[in-house]
Design a protein around this ligand. Sequence first.
Ligand SMILES: [Zn+2]
Length: 76
Amino acid sequence: VAGGVKAQMVPCMVCGERADRIAEGIEDDIYQCEQGHKFGLDWGRGPPGKPLWPLSPDERKRMDLILQRRNEPKKR
Ligand SMILES: [Zn+2]
């Protein structure tokens, strides 16, 4: 168990929607969102202290900013 029960669902690192854990490793878990984005999260420093989904309004805002910045066409 890497991330534990509180890491069962996380925001997708690509689109920000909900992603479900599809595989558990010793230190990292693999997630996939409804849009098919697949990514791994490293829990080597320990599982999260609170559930990562749903996002609070503040977290949602921060997530949107991160995604927006990442998707800016100039940086590609
Ligand atoms: Zn996604």
